[in-house]
Design a binder for this molecule. Structure first.
Ligand code: SF4
Length: 250
């Protein structure tokens, strides 16, 4: 069995995803033994975190689209994977899809998304170039409630893999849920803003979620400060981790 076939068999998707040219393999090449057992999560999904951690883009997108790792899959119209430049230096991480994102399958396309686009333009960026946008949870929480810690934990392997594949130079955490998930902390957003954090070796800047800014426009100025700080970090040839230039608390 070739490695690709083995991976799809582990997902229980074989032969649905069998490439046409391989469907003619001699019968004796099909494995007689059962697919290896994978750890089951609470939702009964036979997809281990180890499997997600080695997935390529296409596999990862398929895994997310069919994911049942948490209860959010029951009410979604579709999972919202992420969008943008897969070699981006900038990665923006939000909370989860809203109603419009759930319908269209793209993150940040509602009113908050339009504000994010404005924020990007303000620092000379756009979502199609050098920017990748994803959320902590890929499925819409009902009534746009905040995703639970359990839901965030269930979905984090996908975001971890997206970050590992993109290898961004900088991550901007948009809002408390993203900051908490990325930094494994429960500090307030106010306490996290204005400091330099890290995801592994990747600098993380925390700022307000655009949806919050729609309700609290007075804080747009602080977000502007955060983005300028991020811009400065990215332009800087080296980013000290010892707090000599910024206060690193993670
Ligand atoms: S939110 Fe994430 S973990 Fe939950 S079902 Fe959707 S893709 Fe899976």
């Amino acid at each position: 069995m070739n490695p690709e076939e083995a991976r799809w068999r582990e997902l229980g998707l074989w032969p649905l995803w069998l490439p046409r040219q391989e469907s003619a393999l001699p019968r004796q090449e099909a494995p007689a033994q059962a697919a290896p057992e994978l750890p089951l999560d609470q939702a009964g999904s036979a997809v281990s975190e180890d499997f997600v951690a080695t997935a390529g883009w296409d596999e990862l997108q398929t895994l997310v689209s069919q994911c049942t790792r948490c209860a959010l899959h029951e009410t979604r119209q579709q999972a919202v994977f992420g969008v943008g430049d897969r070699q981006a230096r900038w990665m923006f991480v939000g909370e989860g899809p809203g109603a419009e994102e759930d319908q269209r399958g793209e993150p940040f396309v509602g009113a908050a998304g339009r504000l994010l686009d404005q924020m990007l333009r303000a620092v000379g960026l756009n979502r199609a170039d050098d920017v990748y946008i994803a959320n902590v949870v890929k499925c819409r929480p009902p009534q746009n409630r905040t995703p639970s810690d359990t839901e965030c934990a269930a979905c984090m392997p996908y975001l971890r893999r997206q970050i590992a594949l993109i290898k961004p130079t900088l991550i901007v955490a948009l809002g408390k849920v993203a900051a908490h998930a990325l930094l494994d902390t429960d500090k307030t957003l106010g306490a996290l803003r204005g400091k330099l954090h890290h995801w592994g070796d990747i600098p993380v800047i925390v700022t307000w979620h655009p949806a919050y800014l729609l309700r609290n426009p007075a804080d747009k100025a602080k977000t502007w400060e955060d983005l300028c700080r991020a811009r400065h970090l990215l332009a800087s040839p080296c980013t000290p981790r010892d707090g000599s230039a910024d206060t690193a608390d993670t």
